[in-house]
Ligand binder design. Structure first.
Ligand code: IVH
Length: 678
């Protein structure tokens, strides 16, 4: 049976977690670190596991991950979800104002102006303050029940933050995929050889319609609410009052919403957001204007498909036609061959575009744009120019006859074969000394996150290559000021400075070198993890793929990439040469001991000498693992001030409990006290 203390703690945790979620996802202003937040969730899960009678499907502990559901059930909306009529010009909008004012016989009208979020429409119902169900729009009358998936969405509260919640509150809104995360996700898909999502709306829809909510839970979906559905016990008289109620309930409402008193102010809002449509971190395709007062809305009524009291002002799609001049490929620093479209300069949504990536062979083939085609280009939501496709009706006969563009089989810079690996979308120049690859890789090697060589940027790299002074990365360390003096832009002094800059980079720790070597999927974070754990280049080269993969945060895919790089004899030679030229091959931060190897430590409560992150790091630096909850397999629990339930659990299971001094001893010696000892 749950005791009173556990019950109170569970309640307190649920409230706290709800507040933190709201601060993080709605206000974007978190007051705790991610690790602190995770610790609260872990503690709540722990308590719910111990006292099943305290568990509750609406608990925030269930917001990430729920058991797989079957196919979606069909559910009738309590009130139909209507669509909107559109306006495309100021005149369309003025005509609507006239209709509204006539319909209301000249009464004063206030308008609520909202962004039109380009997402997936959803209706979320709360019964007595608890999330009851979430249903897609479907045909407006019947939608699909996607409740388990919507429960995993971080800014959808499972419980309304209202002291006295109404018996029924339905809100409607849009589920969307935030643009920065969308861009990242597409890049990662491409890395893995998977097709890119065409737009964030599709990605959101795909994520929402997963059969397994665990998968939805891994996607950073968000809700923004904009409307009212069926309600009982909700006393509001206007759209603006309803939105205020949603805010009080800690449901997400767009901050950009404005309620105004004149049609001129509505037009100003429409024009402002036409200019700023890329400011929000979601895609908008227009503005929705609503008569604010519910009484006036009722007087105006609806047609069969759309209300007369609202209108969507649609912005022009940010697409333009232009002429495709050429398709060229570039070779990047990893040797990846990137096809690009070059087209006649065209003004799209305020900027002049000339180039757009075609990503890879499959994407280029799918688009089937040909030199000489009229093509449609657009600025995608993340402001990256994109080729939508050809205008086939305008394709000249000779272009049609020429057939599709063919991905090159040899590198335009060095003539080496281009290779596409099994199961990957990317193609690579097979020559690791390819001059263009070398240029890109020199610039990268010298860059901030890598060897940070003062004075070595693109221009200098180009000059050194053009004069045959460097043919690989090791050659940099053979350069003398005499060789550089007299090249474009170099007098004696600047030549010396460059060579000094290169010399200084010899001292960078090995993780910087790892970054500089242009190994696929090995960026700063992973390089640091590998360097810290293995300490020296020799140890890294000696480690097998399983050892590398086992380093927390690295994993099998990156490990395989690193191993493959090191196994290539030319790369091995390059590393030998760099070492012989005095480039440092170890790191300051190496993990020198494995004191805690094989031990799992659970941390609970506050410590004086460590933040939670530092304590975790200290354990991991010594080869130990930090566990989230206490089980028989836990080696020890470190209980600081206000330790909570984990310490009780440890006592029950006979797991050693350490105070801060005991923890410090453990870090130093790795030896655990006998149970009962401190
Ligand atoms: S009000 C009866 N407000 O746009 C009122 N809709 O093209 C119907 N949408 O079906 C909706 N942002 O899914 C409204 N601020 C907003 C909106 C919005 C996006 C969607 C909604 C609607 C569609 C109509």
């Amino acid at each position: 049976m749950a005791d009173q203390a556990a019950r109170e703690r569970v309640d307190a945790l649920r409230t706290q977690i709800g507040e933190h979620r709201y601060r993080y996802y709605v206000l974007s202003d978190p007051s705790v670190t991610d690790a602190q937040f995770d610790a609260l969730i872990a503690e709540l899960r722990d308590l719910e596991a111990r006292y099943p009678e305290l568990d509750d499907p609406s608990s925030p502990s269930h917001q990430v991950g729920a058991p797989p559901s079957g196919p979606f059930a069909e559910v009738a909306h309590r009130q139909p979800m209507l669509s909107l009529d559109n306006a495309f010009t100021d005149d369309d909008l003025r005509a609507w104002f006239d209709r509204v004012e006539r319909g209301l016989e000249g009464a004063e009208v206030r308008y609520t102006c909202e962004l039109k979020v380009d997402g997936v429409a959803i209706e979320v119902a709360y019964v007595n303050g608890f999330l009851e169900r979430a249903v897609t729009r479907g045909d407006g009358r019947v939608g699909e029940d996607v409740t388990p998936n919507v429960r995993t969405i971080a800014n959808v509260p499972s419980r309304l933050a209202l002291a006295d919640p109404p018996p029924l509150l339905e809100t409607r809104g849009e589920i969307h995929y935030p643009l920065p995360a969308f861009a990242r996700m597409n890049d990662e898909r491409e890395e893995r050889g998977e097709p890119r999502f065409a737009n964030p709306r599709n990605a959101a829809s795909g994520a929402l319609r997963q059969k397994d909510p665990q998968i939805t839970a891994t996607r950073p979906l968000r809700l923004v609410c904009h409307g009212i559905g069926a309600t009982r016990g909700v006393q509001v008289a206007s759209q603006s009052a309803f939105l205020a109620l949603l805010r009080d309930a800690e449901l997400p409402v767009a901050a950009e919403t404005r309620t105004v008193a004149t049609s001129d102010e509505v037009l100003a809002f429409v024009h402002h957001w036409a200019e700023h449509r890329h400011d929000p971190d979601y895609e908008i395709d227009g503005v929705v204007v609503k008569v604010d007062d519910y009484g006036q809305q009722r007087r105006l009524g609806t047609t069969s498909s759309a209300p007369r009291w609202a209108i969507a002002f649609k912005y022009p799609p940010e697409e333009q036609q232009t002429k495709l001049l050429d398709i060229v490929v570039n070779v990047g620093r990893t040797g990846k061959v990137n096809p690009f479209a070059q087209f006649e300069p065209v003004l799209v949504a305020g900027s002049t575009l000339r180039l757009a990536t075609l990503h890879n062979e499959d994407q280029a083939r799918a688009k089937d744009v040909r030199v000489g085609d009229t093509i449609v280009v657009r600025k995608a939501g993340d402001v990256i120019p994109e080729v939508v496709g050809p205008v086939l009706a305008l394709r000249p006969p000779e272009v049609e006859a020429a057939g599709p563009w063919r991905f090159p089989t040899t590198c335009p810079f060095c003539g080496s074969p281009i290779q596409r690996l099994e199961g990957e979308s990317a193609s690579y120049c097979t020559n690791i000394d390819c001059p263009n690859r070398l240029l890109e890789s020199l610039a990268h090697f010298a860059g901030r996150g890598a060897m940070d060589i003062e004075g070595l940027g693109y221009e200098t790299a180009r000059t050194l290559l053009a004069h045959g002074l460097v043919a690989n990365l090791a050659d940099l360390y053979r350069l003398t000021a005499d060789q550089v003096e007299g090249l474009e832009g170099f007098a004696r002094r600047s030549a010396e400075l460059l060579v000094d800059g290169i010399d200084a980079s010899r001292k960078r720790p090995v993780e910087r070198l790892l970054v500089g070597l242009n190994i696929r999927m090995i960026g700063g974070t992973v390089a640091r993890l590998v360097a810290r754990r293995l300490g020296t280049m020799a140890a890294i080269r000696a480690a097998d793929v399983e050892t590398i993969a086992a380093i927390p945060g690295v994993g099998p895919i990156r490990a395989a990439s690193l191993r493959q790089f090191l196994d290539n004899p030319r790369n091995a030679q390059l590393i030998d040469d760099l070492a012989a030229l005095g480039v440092r091959m170890d790191t300051e931060d190496a993990v020198r001991d494995d004191t805690l190897a094989g031990l799992t430590i659970v941390l609970t409560g506050g410590l004086e000498g460590f933040t939670r992150d530092q304590a975790k790091q200290a354990v991991e630096d010594r080869g130990g693992k930090v566990g989230a909850s206490v089980s028989k397999k836990t080696s020890a629990v470190v209980a600081g001030t206000d330790p909570g339930s984990k310490a009780d659990r440890a006592a029950e299971l006979g797991v050693p409990i350490l105070d801060e001094a005991g923890f410090t001893r453990l870090l130093a010696t790795g030896s655990l006290p006998e149970p009962g000892e401190g």
